[in-house]
Design a protein around this ligand. Structure first.
Ligand code: SF4
Length: 510
């Protein structure tokens, strides 16, 4: 399938779609008019088949003089301003700063250089430190980074340090969690209406909770450590309205690959991506996290989903911190709005070497693969493994290529070994994976998602072809620079493992 791109409009806040020309759901090319502009630009969108407007909620930020988007409202509140517009630079009060073993030592180094060797962090209870990237390795420099974090957390009396002291048995480390973005959610650090910054580009994952969450560099993190504030430019917002019933062979990974394929790798550069619509409302929190996780692959500053009952339910047993959600106003100004009829979408992959290199899974059925990887903050959550198990169970066959399983967190690992898979007669994921001939689930961490030291579990040390539930497929991302990564949903990854080729999961689900 030809990949289509929607170039961002150069005229802020005034674009709107005209009526669909009625072509097929995947190739329609409606006119796209830009008000106040003499040019009419023809662009592709996925589908605008009578989308239903999702219910909009009223503002919770008091009387609104000028309508704002969710992101603008969160930034307004965090900067103690009644009103904000895209492009303004504001100092925001940070609710949570997260850092990990790769960036933590450098961030603290900058903090100490600028604030003094004996300086104390601004708030020991608002800093979350999560070793997760290069953990189960004998690499001395990687291990040293965790040691440095341990010394710093002790010195600064950091409340939330999810330490690991015994690399030989992660289960003996009750504090150890695993991949930061999933751990942040599971430990109740993601809350609607707040500002969460992290020294990791996929910090945007937490936008699933209706908060402003974005990745920052070590220098900014050093400043936040000392002050609890950061200067941010207010991004304009792109709105993605996803309506229609989600087919049983699709997962949120397919939705975000669809979007990135539409708008390109730079289509949302320094923009907020707001996801609404009946489909989004039907998604679980883990699936919403998958959607927001990859907004940065389109250049997005943040992704955000309005909080609702699903959000509140998830948070019930995770936090006692009061939070106040905000919602986009009815008249909020969006830079562009994209509408999707999800019922017409098909399982997708992103081919090497870019997440925007979208293709239908069925169009890649001749691509022979060497391995499958199920893991990461994108595709290593409990529901991702449940989805993979569902495919293995439906087929009753064994995998044809090595299939590596890396749970994102210790909780996910436990779920794999304890939760029954629906429709399996009480079997757990781990039992189903064993019967299918998969690799034993590894210790929870980032694993080989970002390559890592050469002894990292499941690292691609040879120039192989891999179907992976991770989020990036640039050269060298999972190890070998000539390795080829096909990004896919857990359904598609599991189906591909069973055939040894990139495979549309409908082969096993229908
Ligand atoms: S799992 Fe991968 S993408 Fe996610 S935080 Fe770790 S290295 Fe980054």
């Amino acid at each position: 399938m030809a990949s289509s791109a929607i170039a961002p409009t150069s005229t802020p806040f005034t674009s709107k779609f005209q009526k669909d020309e009625g072509l097929s759901a995947f190739s329609s090319q409606p006119s796209f008019s830009i008000q106040n502009s003499k040019k009419t630009v023809s662009r592709k969108i996925v589908s605008v088949v009578a989308p239903q407007q999702s219910e909009r909620r009223p503002s919770t930020t008091g009387p609104v003089k000028t309508a704002m988007t969710m992101t603008e409202k969160i930034l307004a509140r965090a900067s103690e301003k009644p009103q904000l517009s895209p492009g303004e630079n504001v100092w925001v009060n940070v609710d949570i700063l997260m850092t990990h073993d790769i960036c933590g030592p450098a961030s603290f180094g900058i903090f100490k250089r600028e604030f003094g060797q004996n300086a104390k962090v601004w708030d020991r209870e608002k800093i979350v430190i999560i070793p997760d990237h290069y953990i189960f390795t004998n690499d001395e420099r990687a291990n040293r980074n965790v040691d440095i974090l341990r010394e710093l957390c002790l010195e600064q009396n950091i409340k939330y340090f999810y330490d690991i002291t015994d690399l030989g048995n992660f289960k003996a480390n009750l504090d150890y969690k695993g991949v930061c973005h999933v751990a942040l959610a599971q430990e109740g650090h993601c809350r609607p209406g707040e500002i969460l910054l992290g020294t990791d580009s996929h910090t945007c994952t937490a936008g699933a909770f209706g908060q402003f969450a974005t990745g920052i560099g070590n220098t900014d993190a050093g400043f936040v450590l000392g002050t609890g504030k950061l200067l941010l430019k207010v991004p304009p917002t792109l709105r993605f309205v996803m309506d229609g019933e989600m087919p049983n062979y699709l997962l949120a990974k397919d939705l975000i690959l669809q979007i990135i394929g539409e708008i390109s790798l730079s289509g949302a550069t320094y923009k907020s991506m707001e996801f609404v619509g009946t489909t989004v409302e039907s998604l679980t929190m883990e699936e919403r996290m998958t959607l927001c996780n990859m907004v940065v692959e389109a250049g997005g500053k943040n992704g955000v989903i309005p909080a609702d009952r699903t959000t509140y339910k998830y948070l019930e047993d995770k936090t006692s911190v009061p939070y106040e959600p905000v919602y986009s106003d009815e008249q909020a100004r969006f830079l562009s709005e994209y509408r999707f009829d999800v019922s017409k979408l098909e399982p997708l992959v992103a081919k090497p070497y870019s997440p925007e290199n979208r293709s239908l899974a069925r169009e890649c059925k001749d691509v022979k693969i060497d391995r499958v990887y199920i893991g990461s903050c994108t595709g290593g959550k409990t529901e991702d493994f449940m989805a993979a198990a569902k495919i293995f169970m439906a087929s009753g066959k064994k995998v044809k290529v090595p299939t590596f399983l890396v749970p994102a967190t210790q909780k996910v690992w436990m779920d794999i070994y304890s939760l029954p898979v629906p429709g399996s007669g009480g079997k757990t994921c781990s039992q189903i994976f064993e019967e299918a001939g998969c690799d034993t689930p590894a210790s929870p961490s980032c694993g080989a998602c970002m390559g890592g030291p050469r002894d990292t579990h499941a690292r691609m040390n040879e120039p192989q072809v891999c179907v992976s539930t991770t989020n990036r497929n640039f050269p060298g991302r999972m190890g070998h620079k000539e390795g080829q990564i096909y990004l896919a949903s857990p359904y598609t990854a599991a189906a591909s493992a069973l055939t040894g080729f990139v495979t549309d999961p409908r082969e096993f689900l229908q």
